[in-house]
Design a binder for this molecule. Structure first.
Ligand SMILES: C[C@@H](C(=O)O)C(=O)SCCNC(=O)CCNC(=O)[C@H](O)C(C)(C)COP(=O)(O)OP(=O)(O)OC[C@H]1O[C@@H](n2cnc3c(N)ncnc32)[C@H](O)[C@@H]1OP(=O)(O)O
Ligand SMILES: [Co+2]
Length: 134
């Protein structure tokens, strides 16, 4: 059921600035900034050979990362994203096992044009988990 690590996300007040050091110091390939109003964030990706780092900054009112940045003014690791083959089947199994799906439980289209869901950090050892249908 659990697939590849799609990305590790870092929340920051300035995603472009945060990504730049990865380009300059690590020679990583850095994407353009993309605004995702439905998710309340702007994303910038650094692509690594085996995964990605997703830099997210708040977008609009009521961004889901606003409180996190109030608590972590310098930014911090925000979530990890695992790939799954069938997001609905995975969601249903996770719920049956007692995990809480965030929001209304209906997948949204994520940064890669694929369905995503988030799982409560309290059910995953304090780590916010995103699942993405590969
Ligand atoms: C574009 C897309 C993509 O990749 O495709 C994305 O990633 S969009 C990425 C942004 N979207 C999301 O994050 C959507 C899902 N996130 C949410 O619904 C929310 O951020 C929650 C995870 C429910 C947190 O809500 P909120 O920030 O309002 O905080 P809260 O005070 O209610 O938090 C409840 C408890 O969870 C903890 N908590 C909050 N955010 C956390 C995080 N990122 N990692 C670990 N723990 C976290 C708080 O410290 C608190 O613990 P205590 O009770 O112990 O103090
Ligand atoms: Co993400």
């Amino acid at each position: 059921m659990l697939g590849r690590l799609n990305h590790v996300a870092i929340a920051t007040k300035d995603a472009i600035k945060a990504a730049k050091i990865y380009g300059a110091a690590f020679g990583a390939q850095i994407s353009e900034a993309v605004a995702l109003p439905e998710h309340g964030v702007t994303t910038v990706f650094a692509t690594l050979p085996n995964t990605k780092i997703e830099f997210i900054e708040p977008l609009g009112e009521g961004s889901p990362i606003a409180k996190f940045l109030e608590r972590n003014a310098d930014g911090g690791i925000h979530h990890i994203c695992y790939e799954v083959v069938d997001i609905i089947a995975s969601r249903d199994t996770l719920v049956k096992e007692g995990a809480r799906v965030l929001g209304d439980g209906v997948p949204k289209i994520g940064a890669h044009g694929k369905p995503v869901l988030f799982l409560h950090p309290k059910d995953f050892s304090g780590a916010l988990v995103e699942i993405e249908q590969a």
